[in-house]
Design a protein around this ligand. Structure first.
Ligand SMILES: [Zn+2]
Length: 165
C-alpha cells in the first residue's frame, strides 16, 4: 500500500508548495519596492486626494475629505459612531493612546499600521496557507483514488472519506 516516491518527485513537490506559499509575500515586497523606486510621477491614476464639489444627491470626495452630511445607506450597527465603524475608530484611538501616551495621534497611526498592514494581512496569509495545504491534500487524495486497482475504501476507513476524484 505504501507508495514509493522518488526523491526528485518529493523535492519537486516541496519546491512547488514553497513557491506558492511565499509567492504573495514576494509580490507584496516587489510591488512595494517598485513603487518606492519608480519616483515621480507615481504609477497610480491618482497622486493625491481629489478635491470635488459637494453634490446633494451623492457622496463625493468632499465627503471623504471633510465628513459626510448625506443620510447613511448602511445600517446604523455598521456605519454609526456607536456602530462597528465608530467603535473600531474609538478602539484604535484607545490603543494609540495606550501605545504612545505622549503622542496619541502617532500612536493611532501606528496601531492602524500594525493592525491593517501587519496583523490582518498575516491572518489572510495564514488562511491562504491553510487553503493551499487543503487543496494539495485533496489533490493527493484524488490522485490516489484514481489509481488503477484502488477500491475506494482505504481512505474512507482512514477517516478521510470524501471522493474528490
Ligand atoms: Zn456623503
Amino acid at each position: 500500500m505504501a507508495e514509493k516516491e522518488g526523491v526528485g518527485a518529493v523535492a519537486r513537490r516541496r519546491f512547488i508548495v514553497g513557491f506558492w506559499a511565499v509567492l504573495p509575500l514576494w509580490l507584496v515586497v516587489a510591488i512595494f519596492v517598485f513603487v518606492l523606486r519608480v519616483g515621480e510621477p507615481l504609477p497610480f491614476p491618482r497622486h493625491r486626494l481629489p478635491a470635488e464639489p459637494y453634490q446633494p444627491d451623492r457622496c463625493t470626495w468632499t465627503c471623504h475629505n471633510h465628513g459626510c452630511r448625506h443620510a447613511p445607506r448602511l445600517p446604523d450597527f455598521l456605519s454609526a459612531d456607536d456602530g462597528l465603524f465608530g467603535q473600531t475608530v474609538h478602539g484604535l484611538h484607545w490603543l494609540g493612546r495606550w501605545a504612545m501616551p505622549s503622542r496619541p495621534q502617532q500612536g493611532y497611526g501606528l496601531v492602524n499600521l500594525v493592525l491593517f498592514c501587519l496583523l490582518w494581512p498575516a491572518l489572510m496569509w495564514g488562511l491562504y496557507l491553510k487553503a493551499l495545504s487543503q487543496t494539495l491534500a485533496l489533490r493527493e487524495l484524488g490522485r490516489r483514488l484514481r489509481k488503477p486497482g484502488h477500491s475506494g475504501t482505504e481512505s474512507a476507513s482512514a477517516g478521510e472519506g470524501r471522493d474528490v476524484g
